[in-house]
Design a protein around this ligand. Structure first.
Ligand SMILES: [Fe+2]
Length: 222
């Protein structure tokens, strides 16, 4: 039996994995990132965001009722212990086959329990020649969940936005990469801290970085 860090293969789910999800044609997602409400919980208007939660039943995606997003201050020193509320994902987006493919890529890769709840954050970070966009204003952090999936939808006229993973005790990232559109990074939140570097425009016009961040459990409650 092969072992990873002394844990047998049977016992560990995974540490992190980078996948290219070829079944997803990204064009179908792009229009849904254009009319996103600004995230009111951080300073500056550079992050816009929607959030919904789902479970999977066989081949079906089941959307759960609207809920509040809550992270403990232990995990999010900036916005922990605050109930945050965001607009739901567009219903036309949720109906897309590519959206279902994305959720299943996440649940299959993480081998989630059939009843597992999945939070789907749709996030656009914007930047301009005068203002950087900061995908992780809380700094290097954990989300306080079990599994995280970061799926890159688009990088339009930006530099930076490099995603890093860290083990708890090391200062240097053990993984460091710009996630290109179509790539899904799966992370065991118990094993790694994560961070994404700020973005700035590639030329003197604004730029955007569009992602879906999936987590299980969802960290949403009624
Ligand atoms: Fe995070």
């Amino acid at each position: 039996m092969q072992t990873v860090r002394g844990i047998t293969e049977l016992e560990y789910a995974f540490l992190f994995t980078l996948r290219k999800v070829n079944s997803i044609k990204l064009e179908g997602f792009k229009q849904f990132f254009n009319d996103m409400p600004v995230d009111p919980y951080i300073k500056g208007n550079y992050r816009s965001r929607r959030l919904s939660r789902f479970t999977v039943n066989g081949n079906e995606l089941i959307k759960l009722p609207h809920g509040y997003f809550y992270q403990s201050k232990d995990y999010n020193p900036l916005l922990g212990d605050i109930k945050r509320e965001f607009a739901e994902l567009d219903s036309a987006l949720i109906e897309l086959d590519i959206f279902k493919n994305l959720i299943f890529a996440f649940t299959d890769s993480c081998k989630l329990h059939p009843e597992a709840e999945i939070g789907v954050h749709q996030i656009r970070i914007s930047c301009s020649p005068d203002n950087l966009g900061n995908p992780a204003p809380e700094g290097i952090h954990r989300d306080g969940t079990d599994f995280i999936g970061i799926f890159s939808v688009d990088r339009d006229n930006i530099q930076g936005g490099e995603t890093h993973l860290y083990t708890a005790n090391q200062e240097e990232p053990i993984f460091s990469k710009v996630l290109n559109p179509g790539e899904l990074l799966l992370v065991n939140d118990h094993e790694f801290l994560h961070f994404t570097t700020p973005i700035k425009p590639g030329n003197n016009t604004p730029g955007t970085r569009d992602v879906f961040v999936l987590t299980s459990p969802s960290l949403l409650s009624d």
